[in-house]
Design a protein around this ligand. Structure first.
Ligand SMILES: [Mn+2]
Length: 467
């Protein structure tokens, strides 16, 4: 008996909002399925997060169908569970569609019974069936992703109750503490090792995006625990290469992360890793004590990054006045690197030092404006706020991604109307106060719309599109 164990495909994901990443995620999925078919496996497991979202686009569905047709044509069944990314509370989901087309068999709890060449079910209660896969005598059990509180309810361990006495394979999309060390799930695991039902010959897991395995001799369980990890590099922590250029180094250090991406082909419940060609992903960390030093180092490092790679460049160090990422973006625009982005962990020394710096040196124009408005007298706040909002809308209307622009109706007409309302309020108050806001208002009107000469991370955050 030979099978393939794939997980965390995240089909449809356009990482960094880059359309070429869609193709990358699709390419490695096709590569994995092709390699599994070529290895003549008896079946394929996809342990959750086949899709990046629960309602994939028609294009993503079409691409999934095209790839899943490869094993179907060879009569190789594909068993799957829904992960946290692609599960849905809807009764009809993309998985129903794929099942209807005979491309996958989803296993777990269902409202309807299943019976067929590759599926079996047992009635648990009214409208509740446990469905599992079967290939010959082997049973493939599993459950879609659940939160910890759904699985462990006080003294009741739902998994142990559901799979008591079951044998074969258990497929789950959960983070198990024993293998979650140094992952985002280290402190947010779903299950403790001891909470897994014993008795299975193989635990086909998904959810943790790095490759992790544990032998029965380590865990005391009846079979190995296996996370193949995601097929593509989904996070900077999964980078293929690390370039370090610290303040002390005279040259940058390139370290290769030998953690290849791929999946497992399992024979007699012994997993054998099979790599796929995920795109090279460089995590670059450059440290400097001035903008000039950082710029020089970034330029030097860029020649070490292959053109087809993705690079996440983190600027570090203590730099007087901080740095603006926009200044660095231009630096590599002719480098030919497929995609790069800068992150800053630079600490602006000025903030900490005793040196007296003016507001102008510390904040961009609009940040000063924001601070000014935040300091406004609460009684005048509504007026100040609407004025500030119109100013902000004006300031950001250009350069903003379409999804984030404010509809005309709201900026064109409503804002002035709203602004008029509080105008009456100061008149009711003592005559003293009507003078001051009047003068301030004139000052604001004279000001041209400021352009950010030196956008900061706050600025970048406000300008960002939808993730
Ligand atoms: Mn995932």
């Amino acid at each position: 008996m030979k099978f393939a164990h794939i997980a965390d495909v995240h089909l449809g994901r356009e990482q960094f909002n880059q359309p070429f990443r869609y193709d990358d995620y699709l390419r490695v999925f096709r590569e994995a399925v092709e390699k599994a078919v070529k290895a003549d496996v008896d079946f394929i497991l996809i342990a959750g997060d086949l899709f990046h979202v629960s309602r994939p686009s028609p294009r993503t569905i079409r691409d999934a169908v095209e790839v899943l047709e490869l094993p179907r044509r060879k009569g190789i069944p594909v068993f799957t569970i829904e992960g946290n990314h692609d599960k849905t509370i809807r009764e009809t989901s993309v998985f129903d569609l794929l099942e209807h087309l005979g491309l996958v068999y989803t296993i777990g709890l269902k409202r309807e019974p299943r019976r067929g060449e590759f599926q079996e079910s047992k009635k648990l209660s009214e409208n509740r069936y446990l469905v599992w896969g079967k290939v010959g005598d082997l049973e493939i059990h599993g459950l879609r992703h659940h939160t910890r509180w759904q699985l462990i309810r006080g003294d009741v361990n739902v998994l142990k109750a559901l799979f008591k006495g079951k044998r074969g394979i258990l497929m789950l999309h959960q983070a198990i503490d024993y293998l979650a060390k140094d992952t985002p799930y280290q402190d947010a695991f779903d299950l403790r090792l001891g909470e897994l039902p014993d008795g299975f010959s193989y635990y086909a897991l998904g959810h943790i995006h790095v490759r992790r395995t544990a032998e029965p001799s380590q865990t005391g369980l009846s079979g190995p625990l296996v996370y193949p990890g995601s097929l593509e590099r989904t996070d900077v922590r999964e980078a293929s290469h690390l370039i370090l250029y610290s303040a002390r180094d005279r040259k940058p250090k390139v370290l290769e992360n030998h953690e290849a991406k791929g999946f497992y082909i399992v024979e007699d419940f012994t997993p054998e890793f099979v790599g796929v060609h995920a795109r090279p992903f460089y995590s670059v960390r450059v440290e400097g004590s001035s903008k000039a030093e950082l710029r020089r180092k970034v330029e030097e490092v860029s020649s070490l990054i292959p053109r087809n790679a993705i690079a996440v460049i983190t600027l570090e160090g203590v730099v007087k006045g901080g740095v603006s990422l926009a200044e660095f973006n231009d630096l590599l625009k002719d480098s030919g690197i497929r995609y790069y982005t800068f992150r800053s962990r630079v600490v602006g020394e000025a903030v900490l030092s005793k040196e007296r710096l003016s507001e102008e040196e510390l904040f961009t124009e609009w940040e000063r404006e924001l601070l000014l408005h935040l300091r406004v007298d609460p009684k005048e706040f509504s007026e100040g706020l609407s004025e500030f909002v119109s100013w902000l809308v004006e300031r950001y209307r250009k350069g903003m991604p379409q999804a984030a622009t404010i509809p005309k109706g709201e900026t064109g007409e409503k804002t002035p109307k709203k602004a008029k309302v509080p105008e009456k309020a100061p008149k009711v108050r003592e005559p003293e106060k009507t003078e001051k806001p009047g003068k301030e208002e004139k000052k604001h009107e004279k000001k041209p719309v400021p352009k950010p000469k030196n956008p900061t991370s706050l600025d970048a955050w406000l300008r960002r599109g939808k993730p």
